[in-house]
Design a protein around this ligand. Sequence first.
Ligand code: GLU
Length: 508
Amino acid sequence: MSKPVRVRFAPSPTGPLHMGGVRTALYNYLFAKKNNGTFVIRIEDTDQTRFVPGAQEYILDALSWCGIMPAEGPGIGGDYGPYIQSERKEIYRPYAELLIEHDKAYYAFDSADDLTAMRDQAKQMGMPNWQYNGVTRLSMKNSLTLSSDDVKNRIENGDPYTIRMKMPRNIDVRFNDEIRGWVVVNTNNLDDKVLFKSDGMPTYHLANVVDDHCMEISHVIRGEEWLPSAPLHVLLYEAFGWDCPKFAHLPLLLKPDGNGKLSKRDGDRLGFPVFPTNWKTSDGDVFPGYREQGYYSGAFINMLAFLGWNPGTTQELFSLDELVEAFTLDRVAKAGAKFDPDKTKWFQQQHLRKHDNKDLAKQLTESSDSTYSHESLETICGLMKERATFVQDILSDGAYLFQKPIEYDPKTIRKKWKDHAKDLMEEWNAVLKSIDTFNPSSIEASFKDFIEKKGVGLGAALPLFRLLVTGRGMGPSMFEIASFLGQDECAERILHGINSVQKLKKGE
Ligand code: GLU
C-alpha cells in the first residue's frame, strides 16, 4: 500500500509571499485534496538574520484569503507539531551529531575570516569559485584534520563551530522528479554545505530534510529555485537511512515581457501587483495586493493555477473545488510560465460575470457607502456587469444611471452630431414622451419606428440618444437604460443634453 499523501508548503518569513509562492502553496493544496491527503504549513525561520516581523502573519492571512487552508500548521496544530522551525530548535542537533557519528558530516572551526582568506587566496591563484569540498577540506580547520583531543577541547571551550556535510567525491546522485524526470548530478559539483550553524540553529537544508521526514511528508512540491538543493537533500536522506519523499520542482514564473524571472520590480514597472494582499513595510511603504485592488480570490487562484498547469481541455474557468478535481502533477509543465496581467484581468472579469445580480448588489452594498436601493443596484448590476472587471466598476462606469451626465463624449459628438441631430433628437423626445407603457421593448419599438419614418439608420441615431442620456459613446442596451431611468428623467436629459452638446459644438 502506498504511503498516505502528506505535502507541505514551507515558506520562510523573510518578507511577503510573492504570487509564485502562492502558486506553490496552491499546487500543494490541490494535490493533497485530490489525493485525500493532508496539506501542512511549516514556517522555516532558521535564518534569524533574514526574519521580517509580520511576514508570517502576512503569509497565513494571504493563504487564508485564497482559501488555501492547511489541515496542520501554526495556529492550527496537528500531530506533527510544532510547525515553526524555531520552536523545534532542540530537535535538530542530535540529527547533525548522528551524521558525524556515521562519518557523513564533521565539525568545522574555520572562522569567517579564515574562509574569506581562503577565497581571496584562491582568487589570486586564478580560481574564483573556491568551495569547501572533498579536496579543500583537508587544508581547513575541522574534525577531519585536527586531532580528536583538539576537537574535544575546542568544543568544551565553547569555540564556535559549524557542522558540514562530508560530500562524497565523484558520485552520481539521481532522483526522479515528478515533473522533470530523471535528474542526475555529480557530487564533484557540490560543496560541503553547512548543516548546523555556529548560532546553534540548523541551516535550511538540515531542518528541511529532518522535518520532512519527521512530518512524514510524501511529496515535496516546491519552486524550481530549490532544484539545485535537491541532490544534497537526497544524500541527506540516504545518510540518515530514510526513504526519500517524491520531488516535484515547479516551473518558474516569468516576466510578461522577456524571459527573466518575474520580480517585484516588474510589478512596479508594468503596474500590476505581485503580492496577493497589500504588504506594508516597517517604513510605511505599501506594496499593492490583488485583494485590495478588487480581485476575487477565486479569480486570482484560477489565474495562478494556469501558470504552469493546464487541464488538458479547453475549460479555463474553475472554482477551487473544480481545480482540485482536475489537478494532476503530470500536467504541470517544465518550462517557465509567462505571467500575463491582461489575462489576469480577464479571469477576474469572467469570475465577476458568474455572480448573479443579487449577489453583486450585495457586494456593492457591503463595500461602498452607496445609498441606492438594493433593487436599483440589482438592475444596475444586470446592465453593467458584462462590461465591468471589478465590482466597483459597476458603480463608477454606471454613474450616469444615478446622475445626469456632466460631460459628453467628444468623439461621439465629432463623429455623430451632424446638422440634423438637434431636430432629430427634439422630435424623438416628443415621441418618447408619448410612449404609453415605458419599458425596454416598447421604447425600442418606438425608436425603430421613429427612425425608419425619418429615414435615418440605427448606427447614426442610436449614438445620439445614448450621448444625450448617458454622456457616453458606448454602453449596455440603451432601451434598458432608458427604461431604468424612466420617461420623465429621459426626456429631461435629452433636452438638457441637446443644449449642452449644441454649446460644445459652437465652442469647437
Ligand atoms: N523555506 C523554503 C522557502 O522559503 C522552502 C523550500 C522547500 O519547500 O523545500 O521557499
